[in-house]
Design a protein around this ligand. Sequence first.
Ligand code: ZN
Ligand code: ZN
Length: 287
Amino acid sequence: MVVCVIDACGFVCLLIVYLSVSYADYVILRHILLFKYAGSIWFPVHTTLIHLLILMILVSHLRAAFTDPGRVPLPVTAIDFSDLRGGTPRTNERGNEDWTVCNRCETYRPPRAHHCSSCHRCVRRMHHHCPWINNCVGELNQKYFIQFLFYTGVLSLYGLGLLLTTWLWPILKEKSGEPEKVGFSITNAHLAHWIILLIESIVLGLFALVVSFDQVGSIIRDETPIERMKSRFSKDAQREGPHTRKPKMELLREVFGRGYVICWFVPCNGPSVSGGPAYSRLPDYDL
Ligand SMILES: [Zn+2]
Ligand SMILES: [Zn+2]
């Protein structure tokens, strides 16, 4: 299901993401590859690899931004929660899942669902609301979000590598007394774009590294940041310990799908079709 959160700040962030990727594409193509590798076999090689990475970034970002992160459906008929105000846990008919009531959505929600004040909905296994995708990171789109971070990190590294070989390496060679035969002159425009690309690559690379470390860490701990924060304030939750003792590989498969590991890198088929967490997807409304 396609979703779109109406939020001006979110739209601006989406625009910044697409402009940043387009700018990196422009500088790499116009000011690095055409500048240094024109006429060489490396030009089509680098151009193909760079555009493959950009394609993966755009597809994974679009899917993270517009895929339903796991919104809890709203009830068709109003439900009387007068006896259940305050998020009191409620055990469903199967007796093994603590469903709670969301006062803001006016609905029952399954375990591990949390309310997002930006989306105005409860989202299953909500990690956080990310302005850069203008969507929640939840059970059904976390895979795409991590893929977006991964390919952003790889493109940043690639850009840094190209800058190193085109700009910094010749400077070092020159300083060591063996100048490289370049056969072209570096203009101020080249330098300005290279400096901006260097800053962009470092900032985006660090962002991707830190956020993906946090994402993968929360998957293998089986605890979202919201749950971690709640457990710090709740002695009961501390006594209960982690949500599950599932193996790490099983937890990763719940997010990335049950296919081959190579499929984890392809932004298609989310966990909804390839096996997500074991609890039921629709709440049992008690009217
Ligand atoms: Zn809610
Ligand atoms: Zn949200």
